[in-house]
Ligand binder design. Structure first.
Ligand code: NAD
Ligand code: UDP
Length: 324
């Protein structure tokens, strides 16, 4: 049955893939974005579809539309982006959640929150299960994002228990793929762009910190399954790829896959950089029948092809401002 679906942050990396997927399934999509880190190029190819609508709006102000489902993705996700204006990041997470939950309550829509593995902070439990409360520095550089997202989870649960809003909470682990911003400072985009341009690969610290990278198609599959999961199942549920690698290993793989002559150089590690991260996905497997299927090398090759195409068509891309 055709649904009307609101995607906040729809012009961003994950949001644009989600809009595409929902339109393919035959739904009507309202894509709402303030274009802080997203851009119209990500969704240009959807503009001809009569079931796709684009709205320039900031989630820190209330928004109203009659919709059946809401995916709340609006929030800068990369550390350099969310640390650019930390107060705005908190406002986006907290006031954005309040406005979106208020809308969901009013129009009786089901609403999914894009939460994050960052709620676990620099985790002392490994791998991370949903029952782990986390290890977050409330006054550190990452706090605006981590605490904002933690508060948003609290709000989602509150609107469910107090106002019977149907909510779903998804804790997303590092996700990569085409349409990541080439300038966003995240490790996969940085390393691939550096390798393609023959520049030094900048490993922060000794590169022994770990992450577990999930390809975007797997993430979107998990997101849609969670939204449509049984009534009463809220989560939070981890959606990520349990295949854990060190950052040094990632750098070496990207050099191999691109055939680059780039050298690896070590740079200082940012404060509060989590040393390990790996999702326990038992809950996602049991509740959603979901697990990632795209191997790291395959996903990296698709991402390399995307960035290499971008460099050919728009060689000035790295000089373009992200913030507008
Ligand atoms: P992104 O930066 O590409 O997309 C975020 C989108 O939200 C952008 O289009 C941006 O313009 C928009 N936005 C930001 N602030 C807004 C505001 N105040 N009002 C309206 N729109 C606003 O990031 P992404 O990787 O696509 O992440 C999407 C969501 O998933 C975010 O909520 C992020 O926290 C979460 N997440 C992503 C990852 C990941 O690895 N990509 C990991 C964990 C969580
Ligand atoms: N990182 C790195 N070099 C870079 C960018 C990132 O070594 O050019 C490291 C970073 O210190 C962190 C990991 O890669 O340990 C993942 O960083 P990213 O910003 O992609 O995601 P997050 O830290 O939010 O998981």
């Amino acid at each position: 049955m055709r649904k009307r679906v609101l995607v906040t942050g729809g012009a961003g990396f994950l949001g644009s893939h989600l809009c595409e997927r929902l339109l393919k399934e035959g739904h009507e999509v309202i894509c709402l974005d303030n274009y802080f880190t997203g851009n119209k190029e990500n969704i240009l190819h959807l503009l001809d579809n009569p079931y796709f609508e684009l709205v320039r709006h900031d989630v820190i102000s209330p928004y109203y539309a009659e919709v059946d489902q809401i995916y709340n993705l609006a929030c800068p996700a990369s550390p350099i982006h969310y640390q650019y204006n930390p107060i705005k990041t908190v406002k986006t997470s907290v006031m954005g959640a309040i406005n979106i939950l208020g809308l969901a309550k009013r129009v009786k829509a089901r609403v999914l929150q894009a939460s994050t593995s960052e709620v676990y902070g620099d985790p002392l439990v490994h791998p991370q299960k949903e029952s782990y409360w986390g290890h977050v520095n409330p006054i550190g550089q990452r706090a605006c994002y981590d605490e904002g997202k933690r508060c948003a989870e609290t709000l989602f649960l509150g609107y469910h228990t107090q106002n019977s809003v149907e909510v779903k909470i998804m804790r997303i682990f590092n996700t990569y793929g085409p349409r990541m911003h080439p300038n966003d400072g995240r490790v996969v985009s940085n390393f691939i762009m550096q390798a393609l341009r023959g520049k030094d690969i900048t490993v922060y610290g000794d590169g022994m910190q770990t992450r577990s990278f999930c390809y975007v198609d797997d993430n979107i599959e998990g997101m849609v399954r969670l939204m449509n999961s049984r009534e009463g199942f809220i989560g939070p549920v981890n959606i990520g790829n349990p295949h854990e690698v060190t950052i040094l290993d990632l750098a070496e793989r990207i050099i191999d896959l691109t055939g680059s002559k780039s050298q690896i150089v070590c740079k200082p590690q940012p404060a509060d950089d989590p040393m390990q991260r790996q999702p326990d996905i038992t809950m996602a497997k049991g509740e959603l029948g979901w697990e990632p299927v795209v191997p790291l090398e395959v996903g990296l090759m698709k991402t390399i092809e995307y960035f290499s195409g971008l460099l050919k068509t728009n060689p000035k891309i790295l000089h373009q401002l992200v913030y507008r």
